[in-house]
Design a protein around this ligand. Structure first.
Ligand SMILES: C[S@@+](CC[C@H](N)C(=O)[O-])C[C@H]1O[C@@H](n2cnc3c(N)ncnc32)[C@H](O)[C@@H]1O
Length: 307
């Protein structure tokens, strides 16, 4: 079986995550099963692993990969259903929860998925193909302001207004159906030395928006707290600043006994602290890992323990 993805921060992640070889673990981003296999290797016969991926290709691949391992139960669900999956499995609490966010190398490299501006294919960008809206639907129907906001908010691209104006202009004469058309539009207005960075940002923005990635992450973090045993760990690997900020702020917010100043500026309302942070600063891949796996270069691992 040809595995198209090298798991990132593999040893670091397992070392923090697994504290009980008989425990029950949740891997929210099954992908091609790299981390999943690592977790299973650390568990004994009593241990259990529940994993999910909303990408059907990844799910089907891993279903086959782990079909003979009775300890593993796999789902083709959104990880924001972490608590619902626990209910289905009659699990009260997990011993550890993992999410290795974003897209897999397979999704990036597989021309048909349309995740990369490097190949000319259908402008789709859905990881979860049951969703009805594709990147092409957005690019062809959203207003100039809406497009600019998506590109700015989810891609942190400063030329968002210029790019959205150009898209609207182009839309008057053609339907933008392919990654190649979008790449061409952006390339026309961005100087060559900024092209690759801008293209990555615009594609990232559309991908995050199409897949509702930031909202999924927030729900996942919130619901995870309800199904974590005392002393269990949550490990999140993120690949861009928007995800990392959400994880960092969520962890920080759960360590304090007062509501965040945004919700309670007077700082009077008490709440329960639910986490203790294990990584004061995020763990980063070694130079060696980055040299062997370019995708690891932007990874940041944050972990916390349920109290
Ligand atoms: C970086 S890959 C995971 C790779 C995996 N750890 C491995 O070693 O093979 C991220 C995976 O998470 C999936 N994913 C992203 N967001 C998800 C969500 N909200 N629910 C379920 N799966 C999600 C993607 O489809 C992708 O397969």
């Amino acid at each position: 079986m040809n595995i198209h993805h090298t798991p990132v921060l593999f040893d670091e992640c397992l070392k923090i995550l697994i504290t009980n070889a008989n425990g029950v673990y949740f891997d929210g981003t099954l992908g091609f099963g790299g981390h999943t296999q690592g977790i299973l290797n650390k568990l004994n016969d009593e241990g259990r692993l529940i994993a999910t991926d909303f990408d059907t290709d990844a799910f089907n691949f891993s279903k086959k990969r782990f079909e003979n391992d009775k300890r593993a139960n796999l789902y083709n669900f959104n990880f924001s259903l972490v608590d619902v999956i626990a209910k289905i499995e009659s699990i009260d609490f997990y011993d550890g929860i993992l999410a290795d966010l974003g897209v897999s190398s397979f999704q990036l490299d597989n021309a048909e998925s349309g995740f990369s501006y490097r190949s000319d294919t259908k402008l789709d960008l859905r990881m979860d193909k049951s969703k009805s809206t594709t990147a092409a639907d957005i690019v062809n129907t959203y207003s100039e302001e809406e497009l600019a906001n998506i590109i700015y908010n989810y891609g942190e691209e400063r030329n968002s207004r210029k790019i959205s104006r150009k898209i609207i202009d182009k839309r008057k004469s053609e339907i933008i159906k392919s990654t190649g058309q979008l790449t061409e539009i952006i390339s026309e207005i961005v100087p060559p030395n900024y092209r690759i960075k801008t293209l990555s940002r615009v594609f990232q923005a559309l991908r995050i928006f199409v897949n509702d990635e930031l909202e999924n992450l927030k729900s996942f973090l919130n619901y995870s707290l309800d199904v974590m045993k005392q002393g269990s760990r949550i490990v999140i690997i993120s690949y861009h600043s928007l995800e990392d900020r959400i994880v960092k702020e969520f962890f920080r917010d759960q360590t304090v006994e007062y509501l965040s100043p945004k919700l309670d500026p007077a700082g009077l309302i008490k709440k329960e602290a639910k986490l203790k942070i294990l990584t004061k600063k995020p763990m980063l891949p070694s130079l060696d890992e980055i040299q062997n796996n370019y995708r690891a270069r932007s990874a940041k691992l944050r972990a916390a323990v349920r109290i």
